[in-house]
Design a protein around this ligand. Structure first.
Ligand code: ARG
Length: 510
């Protein structure tokens, strides 16, 4: 697959139709697209003043300045939200009498037509018009004279804040759906291998036996927490900033609650949710940060899962075989099957953390309210969204295709050392204080090591010399099935609890 340039990546939305052919309309920002861009050409110095804000200027911005300040190369993906915002805003303007019903209808028809063109990839994005908002507004004004009234009581500052909040609600829903898909793939593997036991590890040393399903359920819990975080971000985004204007609202008699309702910024009871401070509403980027945190933490989780799988697939572990479809070979060593997809998942997690840091650095120390720095808030957010979505898909695909090596797992979990703690618990049940029991079992382990035999191969006489509470039934501690059955408490890996979690997850993931 060819490497994608950034302008092409932003087109690879999640299920949404490509918004436009960035390559055909943007300048030399993306080296690989340079030739095509050159053919389109950038105005070296705009002849006319900028139509939306140029009234007080006698010359347009330099070509370099236009290239430097444009954001349409990335914010074009806000188009569906920008169109929705403009429809709601114009409906509100008509409702309060600032425009006529006919003007509203003409604006709506124009916006719908632009939406169709964008969806079909036919809309001509003009970088000299800076951003998605001005591109759409000017295209509309060319077709519908009444569009000159659309920006009444609105600034790009509250417009972009509204677009982003609508975007975050959609992005969170998208990632929650992808998390759920990855969870379903994990649950399926757990289900197919419900009787498989493996060693659990601490310090990457064998610790205690667990059902493979129990280990996989820990992953499900991580991803469920991630989904919960995205739901919280969506809820925090669910406040409508429209009507905050540039910084201090408007003198015109607008109805903010109407617009909020029209855009779905409502609480559970359907009451409109409207931001409470115009200055905060146009400058606050907390939600960008919260979204980036949620993505970065999801990255931490899928990198942990990836690392577990990489280890399990090694010759040393032999717990699983990874699907060919998500592995690559070596150009030199014919025998190699490398877990590249999983390694990339680890690597992408770093990128998600980087995006979070970019945003933190961007907003730190900015004075109220809107500053142009904030235009840079979008690329890291979009990248985190795209990469997190992609990673979750790759995770789901890798997990769905893996095969569990039952023999390898059974061999590893047969190590009686995994039940050394159970042997200590045996002594505890005979009334021995745990510290003493721990010490006594330590001596048993040492004896087995010295004699180079497995723990459960020691003769009872030798064991009984190490503590008087050891009886001939000491050996039953190594009965794996019985040992597992004793782990009965909530959240433990015993069979009854695992069955309970299967029921819970099946219900949750349906
Ligand atoms: N493209 C701008 C951004 O994303 C929109 C807001 C512009 N506001 C302004 N005062 N220049 O930040």
């Amino acid at each position: 697959m060819p490497r994608l340039d950034r302008c092409c990546i932003v087109l690879a939305g999640h299920g949404a139709p490509p918004v436009f052919d960035a390559c055909s309309s943007l300048g030399a920002i993306f080296p690989r697209c340079q030739d095509r861009h050159r053919a389109v050409g950038w105005p070296s110095m705009a002849k006319q003043a900028q139509a939306t804000w140029g009234g007080r200027f006698s010359a347009g911005p330099a070509g370099l300045m236009q290239r430097f300040s444009e954001s349409v190369s990335f914010d074009h993906r806000l188009a569906p939200f920008d169109l929705a915002g403009s429809k709601a805003h114009s409906a509100m303007l008509a409702k309060v009498g600032l425009i006529t019903q006919r003007e509203r209808d003409a604006i709506h028809r124009g916006l719908d037509a632009i939406g169709r063109e964008i969806a079909a990839g036919k809309f001509k994005w003009r970088p000299e018009l800076e951003d998605v908002h001005m591109n759409i507004e000017q295209a509309l004004t060319r077709r519908v004279p009444a569009a000159a009234k659309l920006h009444t009581a609105r600034s790009r500052n509250d417009q972009v804040a509204t677009d982003m909040r609508l975007y975050f609600k959609a992005a969170c829903a998208d990632l929650i759906a992808r998390l759920t898909a990855a969870q379903r793939a994990i649950l399926q593997i757990a289900d197919r291998n419900r009787d498989v036991l493996i060693p659990g590890y601490t310090h990457l040393q064998r610790a205690q036996p667990v059902y493979l399903a129990h280990h996989l359920f820990a992953w499900l819990e991580m991803l469920a927490r991630d989904a919960g975080r995205f739901a919280t971000v969506a809820d925090h985004a669910n406040w409508c900033p429209l009507g905050s204007g540039a910084i201090a609202g408007t003198t015109l008699p607008i109805d903010r609650e109407f617009t909020a309702k029209a855009l779905g910024f409502v609480d559970a009871a359907g009451r409109p949710r409207v931001t409470r401070n115009s200055m905060g509403a146009v400058s606050d980027r907390d939600i960008h940060l919260e979204f980036a945190v949620a993505c970065a933490l999801t990255g931490v989780h899928f990198s942990c899962i990836a690392e577990d799988l990489i280890l399990w697939a090694t010759q040393e572990f032999k717990f699983i075989a990874l699907p060919d479809a998500f592995c690559t070979g070596s150009s030199l060593m014919p025998q190699k099957k490398n877990p590249d997809a999983l390694e990339l998942l680890r690597g992408k997690a770093a990128r998600l953390q980087g995006n979070l840091h970019t945003l933190l650095a961007l907003v730190k120390g900015l004075p109220l309210t809107y500053n142009r720095d904030l235009q840079e808030d979008k690329p890291p957010v979009f990248d985190s969204h795209d990469q997190t979505g992609l990673c979750l898909q790759v995770l789901a695909g890798t997990v769905a295709g893996l095969e569990v090596n039952r023999a390898g797992c059974a061999h590893a979990v047969a190590d009686p050392l995994l039940l050394a703690t159970d042997l200590a618990d045996y002594l505890v049940r005979k009334g021995v204080p745990f510290r003493t029991a721990h010490h006594a079992v330590g001596a048993v382990v040492k004896l087995a090591e010295q004699n180079n035999v497995l723990l459960d191969q020691l003769p009872f006489e030798a064991v009984s010399r190490l503590h008087p509470a050891f009886g001939p039934d000491w050996i039953e501690s190594f009965d794996l099935a019985k040992a597992m059955a004793r782990r009965q408490g909530t959240g433990m890996p015993g069979p009854a609890q695992v069955a309970r979690q299967f029921r819970r997850w099946r219900k949750l993931l349906g």
